[in-house]
Design a protein around this ligand. Structure first.
Ligand code: PEP
Ligand code: MG
Length: 829
């Protein structure tokens, strides 16, 4: 009986010979047709079952009721995109009907990023089915006939089999696991022997001659795979397959940077660089954390039982998180509350329920639901949201741990050690913190992730985005973590250790002195007043900031009130929050930044059309001016705060004076309507090179200027602050950024306006002398750094700070500036 395979996508059908990849063109994986796609959704080519779905979402295979196995591989080299641009709409094991959507993908993005969009549709079990008719060299619509298959009589394979099985474990060196291309190579090699060859990954076992079986093993880089052979030439087959698996098969990446090469790199430089997520210094032995996935059974016992198990596990996890939230404050408590919301998230619960109703176990269902959300977030391409994936993975692990009784790693780190890990989840960090580690080094992660925020809140020095070189750091090796300069020294010399110990002692003394004078006002040693404020988002933060000695808030990130909700907060709700912050700061100045939505901070109820470059699109004041009702509500809420004038208004993302004029006019109009005679200050943020270079024009009409070094750095250096690929270069100590800050100060102070810094640079101890030297007179830092910032400023004279800043402006790189800052600090022992 023949069967029809219809086209999984609209496009141009061509022969496999036209595919610029020998794996497909030479039929290594099987026979079929290639389609140059014109649509963005792959649909089922027959009624059947999903057999494999690659993690990267670019390849799927299905089995028909007749037993035909078909692989659809969207584009070439698309495994490298690691899922970016692909949204799978089904899961392994799902039953599908012809025409059901399987994978949606971003045609433009994938076309730009991949070698080719050409999509081979391959019958992988050609030993069982032959193609009797195929459609090629013409346009084809989805669900139109593509191939006709006829079953073939499988040729019985003769074996001289003595029954002995030989096996060997091998650690997979393929950077993306066994995906389509390596599967074809393995199959081809296996077919060169008479012996049966099977690969095993955990409890999954697959015939090495079957591409689909190999894909279904679901392997990843570093997995331990067991090769089993049996038959006449079993030994030779074993050796050949093991050698192949231990190589990277020409795919480069992680295994191609072997530990030996990493060791050479470490020995040569002695240092591994990273991005500062939380400043500080720490010394101690490396404590490596390796995380294994918690295994769960695919199928459940009975839907009611699985539901009950999930409910109980959610209850346990809720209790644990609530306990942690109660004993935390500020940003740590905020992260815990975000996790509490995830445990009861209706989308996650619906996703899990659907799977349990289909017979899946509670753990499998929860993991599937979480991964649906992760895929959806990845598909947005929004770097800020993608950093939040950590929180979903964290909730997945916590729940699976409760469900299966598998302990979560982390608590076993020795006190005083430096935790070295590929990445860390927020809950792991919180449980690790109890063991009192000295610092954190992560190969991945971003400087604005929740883990980074938590480390800063705990005062735990941390470097992130350290890359593969960190993989070469052995457990127990001594490390010096310099999260002021942004590197780790591996196996330091005695001289390194002495110098570092002296820096640590000095830092500790400064912190101690700082705490005892935390509440005092702050001026340089020669009498220049420098105000030390704190950045806050909530009333809790304001309470913490006041306790740390903050003289006010230089940045209230009001958008925290607007994010992660379905509607904008009302005037009353906003007023209550602003009044709470003003009260907590007891009459001290509070600078409320107007809503800074857009770019990396989206809000669902403020629709912004898809943008090619969100960082250069609708964000900050541009969004607020495009939604006058929203802006008016926020301004009214601020103007209602008592006493009038305590709260000042700050405008984000100013690029031209016209934006300031529009806001000022609205403030004045509202004051008139509300009968407020007291003037209310309106200042601008300097986050764009345009604002920095026209600071004199802005200063003529603004009451103050505050430099947002996070955005200013990304726009001056043209490096996305949320893109881990360029994270190592996004350093506000770059001389170009410092020159921009210096120029803004010069232009604005000539007009009699004060200039502050509220970006991350104000919380960097190495930067403060330079900022003061450049003319900054207000620093708004993270609350935990306020007391120390005051102490650093008190130890400076304006004259030496100016001379130091002058030298910094002449440096050739951020690294040189940081070395200069170190030398400056050394001189004041
Ligand atoms: C900045 O850009 O430096 C800033 C303070 O704003 P945010 O980090 O919130 O964008
Ligand atoms: Mg900003």
């Amino acid at each position: 009986m023949s069967m029809i395979i219809t086209s999984p996508i609209r496009g141009w059908a061509a022969t496999l010979d036209s595919v610029p990849d020998p794996v497909f063109a030479q039929r290594m994986m099987g026979d079929g047709v290639a389609i140059q796609p014109l649509g963005d959704t792959v649909v089922a080519p027959f009624d059947g079952e999903v057999v494999t779905l690659h993690d990267a979402g670019h390849a799927i295979s299905l089995r028909s009721a007749e037993g035909a196995e078909v692989l659809i591989h969207i584009g070439l080299d698309t495994v490298m995109l690691k899922g970016k641009g692909f949204t799978p709409l089904v899961a392994i094991g799902d039953k599908v009907s012809r025409g059901d959507p399987l994978i949606r993908f971003d045609l433009d993005a994938v076309a730009l990023a991949a070698t080719s969009l050409i999509t081979p549709v391959i019958v992988t079990n050609t030993e069982a089915f032959a193609i009797s008719r195929r459609t090629v060299d013409c346009a084809i619509g989805a669900c139109e006939a593509l191939m006709t298959l006829v079953p073939v009589q499988a040729e019985a394979r003769r074996r001289s089999d003595d029954g002995t099985i030989v096996e060997q474990a091998v650690t997979l060196a393929l950077p993306h696991g066994i995906h389509a291309r390596p599967a074809a190579r393995i199959g081809e090699t296996a077919r060169g022997f008479e012996a049966e060859v099977h690969l095993m990954n955990g409890d999954k076992r697959g015939d090495a001659r079957s591409t689909v079986a190999l894909l279904a093993l679901g392997t990843a880089f570093g997995d331990e795979v067991v090769v089993q052979t049996r038959g006449n030439d079993a030994e030779a087959a074993l050796a050949a397959i093991v050698a192949l698996l231990a190589s990277d098969m020409g795919e480069g990446a992680p295994a191609a940077t072997p530990v030996a090469a990493i060791a050479v790199q470490i020995l040569r430089t002695g240092q591994i660089g990273g991005v500062i997520a939380s400043p500080g210094l720490a010394m101690g032995p490396a404590a490596r954390l390796r995380q294994a996935e918690i295994p769960v059974a695919r199928d459940g016992k009975d839907a009611a039982e699985e539901r009950a198990a999930l409910l109980a596990a959610r209850g346990d996890v809720r209790g644990q998180i609530a306990g942690r939230a109660d004993s935390a404050d500020g940003s740590i408590a905020a992260v815990m509350h975000a996790h509490l919301a995830l445990i009861d998230d209706p989308e996650l619960l619906a996703g899990a329920e659907k799977r349990m109703a289909e017979g899946r176990s509670a753990g499998f269902a929860w993991r599937g639901a979480i991964h649906d959300q992760i895929d959806a977030i990845r598909a947005t391409g929004n770097a800020h949201l993608i950093e939040r994936i950590d929180d979903l993975v964290d909730i997945e692990r916590q729940l699976l741990s409760a469900l299966t009784g598998t302990p979560i790693e982390g608590a076993a780190v020795p006190a005083g050690a430096l935790v070295v890990a590929d990445d860390l989840l927020p809950s792991q960090l919180v449980s690790l913190a109890a063991a009192k580690p000295a610092g954190i080094c992560l190969a991945r992660g971003g400087p604005t992730s929740h883990v980074a925020i938590l480390c800063a809140g705990m005062g735990l020095p941390a470097l992130v985005a350290m890359g593969d070189a960190l993989g070469g750091v052995e457990d127990g090796v001594p490390l010096l973590l310099d999260a002021e300069m942004g590197h780790v020294t591996v196996a330091p010399s005695p001289a390194n250790i002495d110098a570092f110990t002296a820096r640590l002692a000095k830092r500790a003394a400064r912190r101690e002195a700082a705490q005892s004078a935390a509440k005092d006002a702050c001026q340089t040693a020669d009498g220049t007043r420098i105000e030390i404020f704190a950045n806050i988002g909530t009333v809790d933060d304001a309470v913490l900031a006041a306790a740390q000695g903050a003289e006010g808030s230089g940045l209230v990130r009001s958008e925290f009130l607007f994010l992660d909700r379905d509607t904008a907060p009302s005037e009353d709700e906003q007023h209550a929050a602003y009044q709470g912050i003003a009260d907590a700061l007891a009459g001290k100045p509070v600078i409320i930044r107007l809503l800074d939505i857009g770019g990396d901070k989206p809000a669902a109820y403020i629709p912004i059309a898809h943008e090619e470059n969100p960082a250069l699109g609708q964000r900050g004041i541009r969004v607020a001016l495009a939604h006058p009702a929203l802006l008016k509500t926020q301004l009214r809420a601020i103007l209602r705060v008592q006493p009038v004038g305590q709260c000042k208004i700050m405008i984000p993302m100013i690029a031209s004076i016209d934006e300031l004029r529009q806001v000022r006019a609205l403030v004045d109009r509202l004051r008139g309507e509300m009968g407020i005679a007291t003037p209310v200050e309106v200042g601008v943020m300097v986050e764009t090179p345009a604002a920095a270079m026209t600071a004199d024009l802005l200063a003529a009409e603004a009451d103050f200027l505050s430099i947002g070094t996070n955005d200013l750095t990304q726009y001056v250096l043209a490096m996305d602050r949320g893109n881990p690929a360029v994270a190592a270069g996004v350093d506000a100590m770059h001389p170009a950024v410092l020159r921009m800050i210096g120029e803004a100060c010069r232009l604005a102070t000539a007009r009699g306006r004060w200039v502050g810094v509220c970006g991350g640079l104000a919380s960097d101890p190495a930067a403060l002398p330079i900022l003061v030297g450049l003319g900054v007179t207000e620093l708004s830092a993270v609350p935990g750094f306020v007391a120390e910032a005051k102490q650093i400023v008190r130890g400076l004279t304006l004259i030496e700070a100016r001379a130091h800043a002058e030298l910094a402006l002449q440096c050739k790189s951020a690294t040189e500036v940081r070395a200069l800052a170190r030398a400056f600090e050394e001189t004041r022992r």
